[in-house]
Design a protein around this ligand. Structure first.
Ligand SMILES: Nc1ncnc2c1ncn2[C@@H]1O[C@H](COP(=O)(O)OP(=O)(O)OP(=O)(O)O)[C@@H](O)[C@H]1O
Ligand SMILES: [Mg+2]
Length: 590
């Protein structure tokens, strides 16, 4: 409930629409309350005494009142819809901004499906209540108040009998709402699961097909889908049970009115018109009770969704900019790790253990180590994807926690281990960090990444459409576009994590040569896959289980470091001959 009340803050920018809508609904309700009164007058002043002109004039008045009511009801609907959509629009933006700003550690834990549900279905539910339900609730209260007052004014004795029915109905509704509330929460959670399965399935469709797991995945989807269906049916069962129950109460009440009121008419203490009006107001007193029931279900589903939305909006990003963060001045490229011990989550095993090293501006550092030794982790810490709690990472002497994220990240060009391209053309993808880059700049970086030639082989060249995640490119082609994308930023610090693992050796070698030029004047950190990388590096770090087991140049390490010699001979040695072959072949063709 507290979270739902917080949602009303979103109405602040649309207060004039909300007030307008409230005003219209009060007028429409007021008009509605006049109608049974007019019916009474038609009967008592017209029909019973045989006065035709009274019948005509009251009927005209009734038409006027009905038209007024329709007009205000329309106004109310239009204004409320605008307010509601405005709330939804702002909320979706906030959810999106929050998802964007939350750091990697949050995204490590939360399924994409959950985030999707929150940005869509949950926002929808809150919006429906905040923009519409709340105003309906006020009008319902007004209508009950008005009709009860009018019931008393017609016949207090009958009214008192009827009044007993109102709390009975409210209690009934409370019972139904209590049963439905936990189900509403469950429905949204199930929708999370459904979205998660869908998202994983669509993103991993190739893996699913190649492992012939379609049937298994279809079963998994079927299970969740069925559970979602069951939950919705259960919610609906409760709701559809609620309405006939309330109508039953209403029917009993109407019966009682005609019985007791009819007696009074016969005795002459109540006019016929009053009896009809009374029955009309009774309906009007019950109608909003039904409406409240409906709104209560809306309220409980909205409050379940509001909790989920604010849970996301309140989530603390692990990486936050300090309020007094300064903009990192244009960097020279000095990087230092000082006694960094790092865990991905509290209480976990340290993934980096007392790691210290320094890279001078313009130098190339190669990271070498077995899989899982912490190479990508070191790389993740430099753009501050995760925060270091023990030790410190410095760029040009600045502790990176003291500078703004934008000033830090915009000076680092990074090619991550997993290449991610976006829907759009090749040109759009290369220009991702610099949308206004000129064609010749794009071509220059594409050439450096050895991408220009294969791009030109496509009929549409740079305008070739890359599907979602770059599906119509090969792994190596994607990597080369990712390299070009990073180079276009002209960053002082260039980070390549496994950037060339999917390209063949000769392409890799050509990329290395082109990069050697581009790396001049930049600090580069490269995860070493191939021998060329280590030979060109100014410094090599040998990592094992998060510790630095050796550092130095290739010549130093090959003599002194056992692990290096082993990795070198088992993983890198063979490449060397091939590389020389490529070198001579390259020279021949040139
Ligand atoms: N997001 C994460 N959350 C928790 N643990 C992680 C996360 N990413 C990596 N790890 C763990 O940290 C350790 C180091 O992983 P890292 O990705 O740095 O290895 P790597 O040296 O880059 O390996 P590879 O050569 O296979 O890419 C591994 O044990 C891994 O399980
Ligand atoms: Mg890695």
């Amino acid at each position: 409930m507290k979270q739902l009340l917080r949602s009303f803050r979103y109405l602040k920018s649309y207060w004039y629409l909300a007030i307008g809508s409230l005003f219209s609904i009060l007028l429409a309700t007021g008009a509605m309350l006049l109608i049974p009164r007019l019916q009474q007058l038609i009967i008592d002043e017209g029909i019973v005494v045989g006065n035709i002109s009274a019948v005509v004039s009251f009927t005209m008045a009734m038409i006027g009142v009905a038209l007024t009511r329709a007009l205000f009801q329309f106004g109310q609907g239009a204004l409320a819809a605008r307010a509601a959509q405005g709330v939804a629009y702002d909320m979706r933006n906030d959810v999106y901004d929050r998802i964007q700003s939350l750091s990697f550690s949050y995204h490590d834990q939360v399924h994409t499906g959950q985030l999707l549900t929150r940005a869509t279905s949950d926002v929808e539910r809150v919006q429906r209540f905040v923009g519409r339900g709340a105003i309906m609730l006020l009008s319902a209260v007004f209508m009950i108040g008005g009709s009860v007052a009018l019931l008393f004014s017609i016949n207090a004795q009958l009214a008192r009998v009827m009044l007993v029915m109102v709390p009975v109905t409210l209690v009934l509704f409370a019972i139904f709402a209590r049963a439905a509330l936990p189900l509403f929460r469950a429905v949204q959670q199930k929708l999370d699961d459904l979205n998660t399965v869908l998202q994983e399935n669509f993103a991993g469709i190739r893996v699913i097909k190649s492992f012939v797991r379609e049937a298994h995945e279809a079963k998994r989807y079927e299970t969740v889908n069925l559970e979602f269906y069951d939950l919705n049916i259960r919610v609906n069962n409760i709701l559809s049970l609620a309405f006939p129950t309330i109508f039953g109460v209403l029917n009993i009440a109407t019966l009682a009115i005609y019985w007791m009121g009819g007696m009074q008419v016969i005795e002459g203490t109540l006019s016929l018109g009053e009896l009809v009006a009374f029955a009309g107001y009774l309906l009007m007193a019950f109608f909003p009770v039904l409406m409240i029931g409906f709104i209560v279900t809306m309220l409980s589903s909205a409050s379940a969704s509001a909790v989920r939305i604010f849970e996301l909006l309140d989530a603390q990003s692990e990486v936050v900019e300090q309020p007094n963060a300064i903009a990192l001045p244009p960097v020279k490229g000095h990087i230092a790790f000082e006694n960094v011990t790092f865990r991905y989550y509290e209480g976990g095993e340290p993934v980096l253990d007392e790691v210290s090293f320094g890279v001078e501006p313009g130098q190339t550092l190669a990271l070498l180590g077995t899989t899982g030794s912490g190479k990508s982790t070191i790389i993740n810490l430099i753009p501050r994807f995760y925060d270091v709690r023990e030790g410190c990472v410095r760029v040009d002497g600045y502790d990176i926690r003291e500078v703004t994220l934008e000033s830090l990240r915009s000076q680092i060009g990074i090619v991550l281990q997993e290449t991610n391209l976006f829907d759009g053309t090749i040109r759009d993808n290369i220009a991702f960090g610099h949308p206004h880059a000129k064609d010749d700049e794009i071509e220059r970086v594409a050439r450096a990444a050895e991408a220009h030639d294969f791009i030109m082989r496509f009929p549409n060249g740079y305008e070739t459409h890359v599907g979602e995640r770059g599906v119509n490119l090969s792994g190596g082609q994607k990597q080369r576009i990712a390299i070009a994308r990073a180079l276009l930023l002209d960053p002082a610090i260039l980070i390549l994590d496994d950037a060339t693992s999917s390209v063949d050796l000769s392409t890799e070698y050509r990329i290395q040569r082109a990069l050697a030029n581009l790396m001049k004047g930049r600090t580069s950190i490269v995860v070493a896959q191939r021998v060329a990388t280590v030979l060109n590096a100014d410094q090599i770090l040998v990592l094992d289980q998060g510790r630095i087991l050796g550092r130095g140049t290739h010549e130093e390490l090959i003599r002194t470091n056992e692990l290096y010699a082993e990795i070198y001979s088992s993983q890198l040695q063979d490449d060397r001959h091939l590389m020389q072959k490529v070198e001579t072949a390259g020279e021949v063709t040139q």
